[in-house]
Write a protein that binds this ligand. Structure first.
Ligand SMILES: Cc1ncc(COP(=O)(O)O)c(C=O)c1O
Length: 261
């Protein structure tokens, strides 16, 4: 099986509608789905491959028959949109200008301009840039730098958070399916829960009271682990729990007090 009715991918939709969708795909699409299943390693947690795209534009994707879908997932293009003409033009310009890559030991003006722009857009203190290929690598580098700079090695992060699939990123991440079956993860990676305003063990609904109880867990861990290099968390988590501004402000203060990244 290669698509909606597949069991090797992370599909939880076993409804008749899903089967009907799959049954209605044309012959050419079915052929390419078979080819996809033959040559790609399908991942247990990945969304199922359900169709074949011919075009992407703005917020829309088009299948081989030209049918148009509004893409509500769009990982990686949320900000710019698919095939954004400004992005395409900049990429083409740089390729035709023959400045596609600069080996280390040299630099180039577009890269410096982009780095400068980023420091202008980010809050004071974030004034140096290091480019990397993706989110997981960014986390790996940030943790490596935090450990080198502080001379400490432990980290504190949050259950149910996602930081990527690199080994260190998965270690600070809090979703068990990214570490299950991997043996020991990076040592010294402590986790606490995000404050849950809707459903918490104390039955509390007052946001500040809830924050204080969750902050207490962090304080206890920090008191017992003075060798903490970094606290890392998603300001807005993909889980339904979104910590308050007050919570993050308090975490920042705790970090500053112990010189933690
Ligand atoms: C908060 C967060 N951190 C890290 C990552 C990992 O990024 P990448 O898939 O580019 O490695 C993601 C990806 O969704 C993310 O949402």
């Amino acid at each position: 099986m290669t698509n909606g009715t597949s069991t090797e991918q992370g599909d939880i939709n076993a409804t008749d509608q899903r089967r009907q969708y799959t049954d209605n795909l044309d012959e050419e699409t079915r052929y390419w789905l078979e080819e996809d299943a033959r040559y790609f390693l399908h991942q247990a947690l990945s969304s199922p491959v359900m169709n074949v795209l011919s075009r992407t534009e703005g917020a829309y994707i088009y299948d081989l028959s030209g049918k148009k879908y509004l893409d509500l997932h769009g990982n990686g293009v949320h900000n710019a949109g698919f095939s954004n003409p400004l992005v395409a033009e900049a990429v083409v310009r740089q390729l035709t200008d023959k400045l596609a890559f600069t080996p280390r030991r040299y630099t180039n003006k577009p890269a410096i301009r982009l780095a400068r722009k980023l420091t202008e857009l980010t809050p004071p203190g974030l004034d140096r840039v290091l480019f990397c290929p993706g989110g997981s690598e960014a986390i790996e580098m940030a943790l490596a730098i935090a450990k080198q700079i502080t001379g400490r090695w432990k980290t504190l992060s949050f259950w149910d958070s996602y930081h990527g699939n690199g080994f260190q990123a998965a270690s600070v991440g809090g979703e068990e399916h990214f570490s299950t079956g991997m043996g020991p993860m990076v040592p010294g990676a402590f986790h606490v829960e995000f404050p849950n305003y809707y459903r918490n063990p104390w039955g509390l609904t007052n946001e500040t009271e809830v924050d204080e109880l969750y902050l207490r867990q962090i304080k206890i861990i920090l008191q017992r682990n003075p060798d903490m290099a970094a606290i890392i968390g998603e300001p807005i988590s993909s889980t339904p729990v979104i910590p308050s501004g007050y919570f993050w402000q308090q975490v920042r203060e705790l970090c500053d007090r112990q010189d933690i990244s």
